[in-house]
Design a protein around this ligand. Sequence first.
Ligand code: KG4
Ligand code: ZN
Length: 344
Amino acid sequence: MKVLGIETSCDETGIALYCTERGLLGQALHSQTAMHERYGGVVPELASRDHIRRVLPLTGQVLSQAGVDVSAIDAIAYTEGPGLAGALLVGAGIGASMAFALGIPAIGIHHLEGHLLSPLLSADPPAFPFVALLVSGGHTQLMAVTGIGRYALLGETLDDAAGEAFDKSAQLLGLGYPGGPAISRLAASGSAGRYRLPRPMLHSDDLDFSFSGLKTAVLTAVRRGLPDEQARADLAAEVEAAIVDVLVAKSLRAVRETGHERLVVAGGVSANRRLREQLAAASAQARLRVCFPELALCSDNGAMIAFAGALRLQAGATPTAGVGASIDGYRVRPRWALDALPAV
Ligand code: KG4
Ligand code: ZN
């Protein structure tokens, strides 16, 4: 089965073609980062308009790269939520229309399920059950995963997400958007420890997170004055260390508490080198397996949506648009809890 994946939940237009027999046949991505950078964050209306311009040309590009005719697509998977309503409507609208026109099913996918399952696209995929650490710009969650759609929330952030903490700290340091990669680059020439930032809830007796205090502490340090470039790099290194320390400690605690032996990390922040290194070291010591998505699949992309759609359709899930759908038209869900998804 060949599934075309369409991701338009935020500021990346991601298109990919996944084949259940042959794997990923092609993918293309357009990032709107440069367009939003001058505003310091994503402007929803600009995002929607840009997705409209990109989806069909990128789809053509993916199909010709894969050498597959549009008539050979068996199903469409699009991101149904969560995300920006207008941006989601573009992918859902085009995905559902293509499905109607081609006489094939379309399925709406939960963006975070896409992230969560993306490490399964690797050559040596982890088996269920596992603990998943989902770290993106909008979410920080620990889930116990026992199958597709079987996600139990173990803990989550009470305020800012980890990616948001990177982004806001980067803004205070005068770095560009997105902040995660920018902080990470600057941190490479600095050392943590010169400035001391809080590790919120590190020792709390639960699996929740809180990152909003971090930006206040960064703001205080910035206001006191950073004398030179080295000071900025040292503060960036401390920001990264503070976020990573908490993510590592809570993930290991979740693994201990559930008794699962595998940890899967996904979402934009899973690209962070320090997080990967520290989790690999801690996991080796605790004798558990840790899996990350390929670097290219950490941030938003169409491949994870196509893959999740293929898994769900193969398992007999009901299409949400096109052939076999139970409703006319299509819907999007800007807010949508991951543990509310039906199991397949
Ligand atoms: O999953 P994602 O691409 O989009 C959402 O669904 O939110 O995640 C984007 C987030 C941003 O906050 C960005 O700063 C962060 O992921 N990010 C990183 C790195 N690359 C992206 N954070 C830390 N280190 C990185 N290398
Ligand atoms: Zn994402």
